[in-house]
Design a protein around this ligand. Structure first.
Ligand code: AMP
Ligand code: MG
Length: 417
């Protein structure tokens, strides 16, 4: 069973920086141990559970990189062109003939190098004389246009590492090794609830003082992109007893329980009280904007995270708290977010000591640079501010101001999940 150790409770009091928070999380979470074997066509996006060493070299045999003529390097003309009789022919997938000394073998891309040859002339660089011999120009280096066995990956090299999230090119490599299946970590199971009396599920009637629940669908989608199996558990009302019962009921069947809303410290914030009645909980105050306190806890041994209800705060805290927890629970190697430098097209004032995220759209300037345009409004409840932008500009703790033209770090939404 995945775990979050009790130590997270030691960090409830003071303000945590984002890096401190992520560091604590990464150190406290134990990954799922179950491994499952999946066919290659189901491996994309999964977390590799064991290293994969190359069972054969790639390429598996020395072959030609071009269409042309294979010769022995020692026979190459040094000063002026030289004619070689063409003895034999080898296409991709065929067995190569043995070359005769002083002769050339017609060869095609991917075909094995004939015994006794080590160099290939591209067909564009040669001509045939009237006897049908191939005339090679001077100047080619011995060994040119040949792909030696193992030049891509030598046999035995650990080419895929446990903990990496498999991408299409990684799956291709496993296929090139002749593997049909890979060992991956079991998907983690995450329970997702929204909380609030003001929420109506899309598809159900909405009372005049209600709004449709949007966070749950955002969180489910982000979790799925991170490779989780998600239990959509609907909306919990602002009522401590039923909320606590529901959380306790699902905790045993999931590796993580996630809620949004109800975790500030107001009297209508029932998640805090609900969790405390069935488990342990601490409110993490992170020095981050947008973002409100994030609740961290344990219910029946299962980690619990309560995100703020405002959609933008929910999104940003998901990225900084839920994402690292999910990666750690999934057995993934931690993947720090690396902002890409872009040019700010806005000015901005901020508090020192707090990390802030500015929602921006990217535009290419006349001189080819990428420029970040700030979304004109700042409310943490504005879904349009996430929908109409491309990503977040990350302003580190020490920064207090940004002026147009300065270089800032950009995190594209696609890289955050
Ligand atoms: P709370 O964190 O519960 O105090 O909620 C903060 C704000 O976010 C309130 O305006 C809520 O109506 C709104 N909110 C909370 N949960 C959701 C949700 N699931 N979808 C959309 N808005 C929400
Ligand atoms: Mg609420």
């Amino acid at each position: 069973m995945a775990q979050l150790t009790d130590d997270c409770f030691a960090f409830g009091g003071p303000m945590l920086s984002v890096d401190e928070a992520v560091g604590i999380i990464a150190a406290k979470v134990t990954a799922v141990q179950e491994i499952e074997r999946v066919p290659l066509d189901a491996a994309d996006g999964r977390i590799l559970a064991r290293d994969v060493a190359a069972p054969l070299p790639l390429p598996p045999f020395t072959n030609s990189a071009v269409d042309g003529y294979a010769v022995q390097g020692n026979d190459l003309p040094r000063e002026k062109e030289k004619a070689f009789p063409v003895k034999g022919r080898v296409a991709a997938g065929s067995r190569a003939p043995t070359a005769t000394p002083g002769g050339a073998v017609r060869i095609f891309t991917g075909a094995p190098m004939p015994e006794g040859t080590d160099t290939v002339f591209m067909q564009e660089d040669v001509r045939l004389d009237d006897k049908g011999d191939v005339v090679l120009p001077a100047g080619l280096k011995p060994g040119a246009n040949v792909r030696p066995a193992g030049e891509d990956i030598p046999q035995g090299h650990v080419a895929l590492k446990a903990g990496q999230r498999l991408r299409p090119q990684d799956v291709a490599l496993a296929a090139a090794f002749g593997l049909t299946e890979l060992d991956v970590a079991r998907r983690i199971r995450v329970a997702v609830f929204s909380t609030g009396d003001e929420l109506a599920s899309p598809g159900t009637p909405r009372a005049s003082a209600q709004l449709f629940d949007s966070n749950r669908f955002m969180l489910i989608a982000m979790l799925r992109r991170l490779g989780c199996e998600v239990g959509d558990l609907g909306i919990l009302r602002d009522e401590r007893g039923p909320l606590a019962t529901a959380l306790k009921r699902v905790a045993g069947e999931h590796d993580l329980v996630l809620t949004t809303g109800g975790v500030s410290t107001g009297e209508e914030d029932h998640v805090k009280a609900g969790v405390e009645s069935v488990g342990r909980l601490v409110l993490w105050r992170m020095a981050i904007k947008p973002g409100r306190p994030v609740a961290m806890g344990i219910i029946s041994g299962t980690p619990f995270i309560g995100l703020p209800g405002n959609p933008v705060a929910s999104f940003v805290t998901f990225v900084h708290v839920v994402r690292p927890v999910v990666l750690a629970l999934s057995g993934a190697t931690p993947a720090p977010l690396t902002p890409m430098p872009v040019r700010a097209a806005f000015s901005y004032r901020k508090k020192s000591g707090r990390r802030e995220y500015v929602r921006v759209s990217l535009r290419r300037t006349a001189d080819g640079a990428l420029e970040a345009l700030k979304f004109p409004r700042e409310g943490a409840g504005l879904l349009s501010s996430l929908v109409d932008t491309d990503g977040l500009v990350e302003l580190p703790e020490a920064v207090t101001a940004v002026e147009p033209g300065e270089t800032v770090g950009f995190l594209g939404y696609a890289n955050l999940m």
